[in-house]
Design a protein around this ligand. Structure first.
Ligand code: MIC
Ligand code: SF4
Length: 639
């Protein structure tokens, strides 16, 4: 039986375990990436392991998230990251060089390799045929230490692309169509593998857009074949030597196949407040728009900006619309500067934003009260923009650009623009001067906001306390640990933990702290798909710091589940989903025999308030059970 592309890469990197969907495996990680918002903690963790230098093939530290620098904290973090990278053998990508996923695709991603990144959109590199997954900072720190990465061998869902996109329909619309089909929950431990005739109609940056937002479906990775277009992209980046052809065998068997005729897709939008809430742009036409933002790791490539500029050319943003453009990388910025695209954008009234995450993570450009914001980014979770009353719609650069001109939601097929001259360049403007190569000599500098990563205690004999909070379904890690204005506290856990669940229940922190200080173990009760979205391990570390010992949920997303285990919080699932309804916030709860239950995987959660015993199952691999008993991965590594 033929192999999928995914299993070809996994088998060439397999360290142990059997390559069967659902089994625990460990794979060798070739490349790692970190970004500054998760990176400080990852390098603090790496340092605490006492290892002198990174042991994987390539490690890159990007600075792209916290570049706003209000106060000293961000700049101090950058300096820590620069010096620790130099010391430990990591390439440092300076602020201004661009968004990690865009830059990694341009300069380092390679077909057939494995990449682990402390950011949930690391799968972007799947557009070039790399097996790329997001993880918590600690897992990436372990990969830098040369320790194999544990994962569940995924189900491989084949997505057969046929036909070609019609004009003004773009890669973003393809992934929005995929999101419409698969939704944002229920795809844990799966990989999307694209194949079929339609693949050859898509360039690497377009494939990367699609792979990027597979993260919104919750899949571990997304993969495209490595073919002639991959070679052309690598050549244009001056990296042709890294090319290897790669695809699934003709007779590869997928766990499921989704047939997608590209010519049947029309412009789509993800409506508030979920990337899975898809509607046709034609159904939204006429709705007033206040803000249009083009950029983010999903749609900030040279071609994306060229297409947007072709539509904007000769026009001006409507007076009611604030138009912002953030080129994904310095390379993109230099290219649009040289070929006049930047001039077109400026003439159209665009506010040129830094090549960084910026608006996407609510760092700036928060929309006004009740505003409608059209963005080419990948997440429109409630309040992520920084404005709780705003409605954020995720669209293609084409839809964004045309709507900026008209001032209302508009279908780009009606723009009458000419996109025929927009072509992939034969060579990109390569300039690696914003990468700093390690010299192993710097003195590591730590600003006053940078603290030690906290460690948990081993799992105690008794776990008793209260349901500190009960939340509904699809709680994202943005709900658990806000970014935006709070982002600068990522290196200071005691302070950052003041904001746990801020947008859901601002009283959570005080309650959790009071229970913790009485010596109790806290419980979080949650519905389906708890921990969607970002890889931020702070969504586990900060609750841990506040005494949380168990999350009892209907289901938990992959990266967050791993982060919980890494920091000694028990991820427990209801055996009978209906039991979720019976627990109320404030109930007194106890886990019977937590240590032996961890070993067996079956728990009884006693709701003392209700006088009810609730069967729960531990959502953890055999390795993770050991981690949970030890009270987290750092305890294990240091032991
Ligand atoms: C995001 O898009 O939510 C982020 C910010 O890039 C996060 C990482 C973080 O929280 O630092 C992610 O996607 O993992
Ligand atoms: Fe940055 Fe947004 Fe991409 Fe996250 S999703 S890496 S915040 S651009």
């Amino acid at each position: 039986m033929g192999q999928t592309q995914c299993y070809k890469i996994l088998s060439s990197h397999l360290v142990d375990g059997s390559l069967k969907a659902g089994e625990s495996i460990r794979i060798r990680i070739d490349q790692t990436l970190t970004q500054d918002a998760t990176g400080t903690m990852a390098y603090l963790e790496f340092e605490s392991m006492g290892i002198d230098r990174v042991r994987n093939e390539l490690a890159v530290s990007y600075v792209d998230h916290n570049t706003v620098q209000v106060g000293f904290e961000n700049a101090d973090d950058h300096e820590y990251l620069r010096t620790v990278a130099d010391r430990k053998g990591v390439i440092y990508s300076r602020a201004g060089n661009g968004i990690c996923h865009q830059v990694h695709l341009e300069r380092f991603a390679l077909p057939g390799k494995t990449l682990l990144g402390s950011d949930s959109h690391t799968p972007t590199a799947g557009g070039i045929g790399e097996f790329a997954a997001g993880a918590g900072g600690l897992d990436v720190a372990l990969a830098m230490a040369g320790i194999p990465f544990s994962l569940i061998a995924p189900r491989v869902i084949g997505i057969r692309l046929t036909g070609a996109l019609r004009p003004f329909v773009s890669a973003k619309d393809i992934i929005l169509r995929v999101l419409e089909r698969f939704g944002v929950k229920g795809n844990v431990n799966s990989v999307f593998e694209y194949f079929g005739d339609g693949v050859s109609t898509l360039s690497v940056p377009e494939r990367a857009t699609i792979a990027n937002m597979g993260a919104e479906c919750g899949v571990t990775a997304s993969l495209f074949p490595s073919d002639g277009n991959t070679l052309a992209f690598l050549k244009a980046q001056g990296r042709a030597e890294g090319f290897v052809p790669l695809s699934a065998d003709e007779d590869a068997v997928y766990d499921d196949v989704f047939e997608l005729d590209l010519s049947s897709i029309e412009p789509l939008a993800a409506c508030p407040h979920s990337p899975g809430n898809i509607r046709k742009v034609s159904e939204l036409e006429g709705m007033a728009v206040n803000q249009v933002l083009i950029g983010s790791c999903t749609n900030s490539s040279y071609m994306d900006l060229k297409k947007a500029a072709a539509i904007l050319s000769g026009h001006h943003a409507a007076p009611t619309v604030s138009l912002g453009v953030a080129p994904g990388s310095r390379e993109v910025l230099m290219m649009i500067t040289e070929d006049g695209t930047l001039d077109t954008l400026i003439k159209a009234g665009a506010r040129i934003l830094e090549s960084a995450c910026g608006f996407c993570i609510g760092n700036h450009q928060s929309p006004g009260t009740d505003a409608v914001s059209l963005r080419t980014s990948n997440r429109n979770f409630h309040a992520r923009s920084g404005t709780a009353s705003a409605d954020v719609y995720l669209v293609s650069p084409e839809t964004a650009a045309y709507s900026a001109i008209t001032g209302v939601f508009s279908d780009p097929r009606e723009s009458g623009a000419d996109l025929s001259s927009v072509r992939m360049p034969e060579s990109f403007h390569v300039d690696d001067s914003m990468f700093i190569m390690p010299t192993f000599s710097a003195e590591v500098k730590r600003g006053p906001n940078i603290g030690e990563p906290p460690v948990n205690t081993p799992l105690p004999e008794a776990v008793r306390g209260h349901a500190v909070i009960k939340v509904g379904e699809k709680i994202t890690t943005d709900h658990i640990m806000p970014a935006g204005a709070r982002l600068k506290y990522r290196s200071n856990i005691p302070h950052y933990s003041r904001f746990v669940f801020e947008s859901v229940d601002p009283t959570f922190h005080d309650r959790a702290e009071a229970y913790r200080d009485k010596g109790e173990s806290g419980f979080i009760i949650a519905g389906a798909s708890y921990g969607q979205g970002s890889s931020r391990e702070h969504a586990a570390i900060c609750p841990m710091y506040l005494g949380i010992r168990a999350v009892c949920a209907v289901s938990i997303e992959r990266i967050h589940q791993a982060n919980l285990c890494n920091f000694g919080i028990l991820p427990l699932l209801f055996e009978d989903e209906d039991d979720y309804a019976s627990i109320d916030q404030g109930d007194e709860l106890e886990l019977l025999d937590p240590r032996s239950s961890t070993a067996s995987g079956s728990f009884i959660l006693r709701d003392i308030t209700k006088g009810k015993d609730i069967p729960m199952k531990l959502f953890a691999s055999e390795d993770q059970k050991k981690t949970l008993l030890a009270g987290g991965r750092l305890n294990e590594v240091k032991a």
